[in-house]
Design a protein around this ligand. Structure first.
Ligand SMILES: Cc1ncc(COP(=O)(O)O)c(C=O)c1O
Length: 401
């Protein structure tokens, strides 16, 4: 479902034109969704939320009862999440961690470090020797694993199994494990293995990837004789913008993870999704300013645009949307701009042809003043957008509890 929930619809209708565009989040819908996800997962599987998907404090707080912790990927996220949900366990990932960020993470007592390279491992060891005292820092090296069987073929955003700047190459696994187990880095503890190989995978592919990661990690641990306590399987559960009513099959995925966990007693499995947790609880609401024809095609220009909601531009899709026709009489003496055809392309206010939110939307009779509510806008939306381009006003933010 991408149509706005009744409370979102009511709020969007009630807002004054000048209060648009606005992001509206339905936190009740978010909590219901998370309860379902949690219910589908075995209780032994740890669920971390990848804060980069949507770090609004209200979202982070609403998620707290359902997640075991948060995955953060920068010093900024570390501070921000630490403030929004104080005391929640944090896993610190991301490539290119600076010494200052690592220092801060150590000082804040971050629970897990996802180490992305040998350089980073040595830097962490050096800084931990200065800051960690008697504490041993839990490390999960992130590996860029080759996953066979075509499991990553469906991914629009693969980060593993091919040349990328992410994680440690598997050819360096022996070196990394040796460093962590031969006593040369005494302040670090090899707690397990981390992998995040792709985004946008459906449950069967996610399970195939999970099985491959665990099998690889188990072999590595057996080869080196270290106790494998944890495997983090990453995020990347699919959100289908072209078929927004479809949902990632958490039930099938949870059942598969239960089988995997049962086959490896004593091993903690952890996942860290972002998009599939928060995408459906957010809407970007706006209003049609103008409707015009151009070379045989029809365009509606809406308040705002991809500088607020960059998701369709980055992913190359049409953002699902719902039109809420205006009840207001047209206040001007001249004719109201109205679409004459059935299909209208919804563009924003930026001076670039790339500022398109959705193409050829069925919207017969769309008029200036009608409201358009874009769904699936709760993840990688506002926070990945280029807000300052053209200096239009920022949207409003509303969190319906
Ligand atoms: C290391 C890591 N974990 C988790 C995620 C979350 O992925 P998604 O939002 O697709 O679930 C990302 C996204 O880039 C990531 O880089």
């Amino acid at each position: 479902m991408t149509a706005p929930t009744p409370p979102v619809r009511d709020l969007v209708r009630a807002l004054h034109s000048e209060e648009l565009p606005a992001y509206v989040y339905d936190l009740t819908a978010l909590r219901e969704h998370l309860a379902g996800v949690r219910e589908a997962l075995p209780s032994s599987v740890e669920l971390y939320y990848a804060a980069k998907a949507n770090p609004e404090p209200e979202i982070l707080t609403a998620l707290r009862p359902y997640v075991d912790g948060y995955e953060v990927s920068s010093g900024g996220e570390l501070r921000h999440v630490g403030k929004a949900v104080p005391g929640a366990p944090l896993a610190f990932g991301g490539p290119g961690k600076t010494p200052a960020e690592i220092d801060e993470a150590l000082e804040r007592g971050v629970e897990r470090f996802h180490v992305e390279s040998v350089y980073e491992l040595r830097m962490l060891a050096e800084l931990a020797a200065r800051h960690a005292g008697d504490r041993r820092i839990a490390v999960l090296p992130r590996f860029n694993l080759p996953v066979g069987g075509g499991a990553l073929d469906g991914s629009a955003l693969a980060m593993g199994g091919r040349p990328t700047p992410f994680g440690v190459d598997p050819s360096q696994a022996d070196e990394v494990v040796a460093l962590l187990t031969d006593g040369s880095l005494p302040h670090l503890e090899l707690r397990g293995i981390h992998a995040h190989l792709a985004s946008g995978l459906e449950a069967p592919e996610q399970l195939a990837v999970a099985e491959a990661i665990v099998a690889w990690a188990v072999r590595l641990a057996a080869w080196h004789g270290f106790p494998l306590a944890e495997v983090t399987l990453g995020g990347g559960m699919a959100v289908d913008y072209a078929d927004p009513g479809a949902r990632f099959d958490w039930t099938a995925y949870g059942a598969g993870l239960a089988r995997l966990a049962a086959a490896h007693p004593g091993l903690t499995l952890r996942i860290e999704p972002g998009r599939a947790l928060t995408a459906y609880c957010g809407w970007y609401a706006t209003e049609v300013l103008d409707v015009k024809r151009s070379h045989g095609a029809e365009f509606a220009v809406v308040r705002g645009g991809t500088h607020h909601l960059r998701t369709p531009a980055t992913k190359g899709h049409d953002q699902p949307c719902t039109v809420l026709p205006s009840d207001e009489p047209w206040p001007h003496a001249w004719p109201r701009p109205v679409a004459s055809g059935d299909r209208v392309t919804l563009a924003g206010q930026l001076c670039t042809p790339k500022d398109v939110l959705a193409r050829e939307v069925p919207a017969p009779g769309l008029r200036a003043g009608d409201r358009v509510v874009f769904g699936v806008a709760g993840a990688y939306a506002w926070n990945i957008s280029h807000h300052d381009f053209l200096m239009h006003p920022r949207p409003g933010f509303h969190f319906l509890v």
